[in-house]
Ligand binder design. Sequence first.
Ligand code: ADP
Length: 307
Amino acid sequence: MTKIYFFGECMVELRELDDATMGQSFAGDVYNSAVYMKRCFANITVAMVTAIGRDRLSEKMLTRFKREELDTQFVFQHPSKVPGMYFIETDSAGERRFTYWRNDSAAKKVVQFLNDDVVEQLTAADMFFFSGIPLAIIDEDSRDAFWQKLECLKLAGVKLVFDPNYRAQLWVSKDDAIAQFNKAFHLSDIALPGVEDLSVLYGIKSAQEAIDFCQQYNLEEVVVKDGPKSVITLTGTERHSHQITPVTNVVDTTSAGDAFNGVYLGARLSGKNVFDAVQLGAKAAGTVIQHPGAIAPLVAFKQAMSE
Ligand code: ADP
């Protein structure tokens, strides 16, 4: 059976429903991608590799993973840490603002659970997906170990997939992020960057420039996302620009890129060509942005994807 691991952090999401009530859900970039992949490709084993706690919210998170039919074999439960959390609000200008409590989250410790035995088991996967967010949050003194484990996976034939997803506030400096991202680009087989992420770090202005930038690495497949403007792909030496049908009724763009990633990779793992995979990924992203929050309701999402 085809299998992919999503490595990173899922957080507790809080959102104000009215003056006195908070709505609570779970989200986080790699988790969002995992959910959308599994919803579209039931026959792929989609697994989370993360650390949560043993508290009530961690248990609820684990239940949520299972409800989304994610494999939880490598969801580790730290004895004393709890999950990260964020509060999302929309200000009077309609801009989203996030307040995070994640500096001491269980997921920062995930690398310590990846012993040789676990890494050996992870080599059973076809793909291992990670983003710039887990790179930023894992303890600094576990970074070297993390890169060594990734090298083991690559040597065993697991395809490494990287989405930079740059979040400035998670890094001590731009240089630190650039150094870690360079390692990620060097080691990865597939990259799925957004133009915006590369623009802040490398001064890249367009999707074409982003593709040029990626060509310095040994990537077999590059997919550059540029919002509603376009998606540009590079497979081997073949470069293609794909048209995206803009959505007029945009409610909340949270997790557009995550949905795209999950569904694009699911399509590729299922044998679809790059053109069809881009269109499916874009359809999923275009659906998700018509709903508030990172995770669109299951029924509405499945309905839209079947049309
Ligand atoms: P990110 O969410 O990582 O910043 P993008 O903004 O590039 O990534 O969006 C990811 C994908 O979401 C795009 O490749 C596109 O398929 C889809 N998308 C984003 N905005 C729109 C839009 N306004 N209309 C239609 N599709 C969109």
